[in-house]
Design a protein around this ligand. Sequence first.
Ligand SMILES: [Zn+2]
Length: 179
Amino acid sequence: MADFLTPRERSERMARIRGRDTKPELAVRAILRGLGARARLHRRDLPGSPDLVLVRERIAILVHGCFWHRHQGCARATHPATRRRFWREKFARNVARDRRVARLLRRLGFRVIVIWECRLRDPERVRRRLAREIAAREIAARTTPPRRASRQAGARHLSREEPRDERERSRRERSSRRG
Ligand SMILES: [Zn+2]
C-alpha cells in the first residue's frame, strides 16, 4: 500500500530510523552504564561519528540495524519487493561505508565493535561480550605506553605497519588513479 508522506516527512522518518537515540542504541547505553563504562555519543570528530565511544579504552561501538546495514544471514535483513535496484545500490553503499568507517577507526587505534540490533534480544549476552572487550582493553592499556592525540596515534600506527617505500607506492597509485 502506498503511504502519503511528503518527501520531507519521509526523510524525517528515515532520519529517525537511522539516527541517534534509537531503541537498540539506548539498550547498549544502558548496558554500558551497568558496566560503569563512560561512553561519549556520536563524536563527530571521528570517522562515521560512531554511535558510542569509550575514550579511555579506545573502543568504538557501532550499533547496527540489521536491515540498513545488512546483517548477513539475519531474518531482519529482508529485501524489499519493489524498486529492487534502488535498494540493492543503497544497501551496497551502506555496507561499503561501514567497512570504510571501521577501517579508519582501526587505523586510529580503536577497537571496533559492531552490535547488531537483533543480538539485543539477549542483552545479557551483549553485556558479557562488552565486559570482556573492556577488560581486554584495560589490560592492553596497562601494558603499552599511553598514546597522545588520536591523529598522532593513527600516523604512528601507519608508519609502524607500512614500510616507507610501500607508503610511497600506494601514494603514487592513488594519485595516478586520480589523474
Ligand atoms: Zn540481525
